[in-house]
Design a protein. Sequence first.
Length: 170
Amino acid sequence: MNIEYSAVDSELLRQAMRCWTTGVTIVTCKLDNVQHGMTVNSFTSVSLAPPVVSVSLAQNTRTNNLVEHAGIFAITILEERQTELADRFAGRGLTGDIHEANRFEGVDTFSLLTGAPLLSQGLAHLDCKVIHTVEFGPTTVFFGEVVAAASISSGRPMVYYNRLYRGLQL
């Protein structure tokens, strides 16, 4: 088989990564009286013992700035029927400045140990304390020690594949 290739640029990588199926999460943070969150699929479990996860955030986002200064973040893993929340926290359908809009308006939240907001209807929730950061160009990878976790046993996860949210056939 003869495979053609070219130098990798961001658009080529973006096209290739559309073939990779990921879960969908909302990363949130709170610092003083300011809270914000964004839809993220660049999230992974790094270690079970100690319990560590990572999330990659663009440095020019409000969420990145809050996580950097607060030293905490929370992850809500979405259920397949929560596309409206995924869109809202991705900034879709918001009026005015999407970076300043209150994405939490009308959303039921709770917190565990750190005070970072978690979305009540998610499948699973992780409350994290930042233990290490690595900057790669315009992106920061935050490694977080999971200090508290909760999960719901029913429901199916939302997945992201080829620019669309989807469900799993179990």
